[in-house]
Unconditional design. Structure first.
Length: 119
C-alpha cells in the first residue's frame, strides 16, 4: 500500500492551496483519511480528518478556512486550504486507515508535501 501526496507549494499570505493524497496497492477498504502537519521545531499535529461516511474533524486552528473531502472511488483525500496564515506552513502528511484482505486496518502515511506561506 502506498499513499502519494500532491499539491504542496508556495503561496502568499491569505492565499489558497489544495493538497491531495491518493492511496494505491492492496486495498480492500479505507476508513478514516486525513492530514497532519509539522512545522519546523514543532510536533506533528492533526489538521483534519474525514471518516468513510464523510463525517469530518478539524483542529480549531483551521476551522472555517480548511475543507477536507474525499473521493472513495478514487481512494483520494483532499484538503482545500484558504486564507492561509504564516503558521499554516509546514510539511503536510496524509494518512489513511486501510484494510487489506487480512481484515485488519492499518494506518498508512504519505511521504509529506511542503507548504510554504510567505508574507
Amino acid at each position: 500500500v502506498q499513499l502519494q501526496a500532491f499539491g504542496g507549494g508556495s503561496v502568499q499570505l491569505g492565499g489558497s492551496l489544495r493538497v491531495s493524497c491518493t492511496a494505491s496497492g492492496n486495498i480492500f477498504s479505507i476508513n478514516d483519511m486525513g492530514w497532519h502537519r509539522q512545522a519546523p521545531g514543532k510536533q506533528r499535529e492533526l489538521v483534519a480528518g474525514i471518516h468513510v461516511d464523510s463525517n469530518t474533524y478539524y483542529t480549531d486552528l483551521v476551522k472555517g478556512r480548511f475543507t477536507i473531502s474525499r473521493d472513495n472511488a478514487k481512494k483520494t483525500v483532499y484538503l482545500q486550504m484558504n486564507s492561509l496564515k504564516l503558521e499554516d506552513a509546514g510539511v503536510y502528511y496524509c494518512y489513511a486507515d486501510i484494510q487489506d484482505t487480512s481484515a485488519a486496518y492499518t494506518r498508512h502515511w504519505g511521504q509529506g508535501t511542503l507548504v510554504t506561506v510567505s508574507s
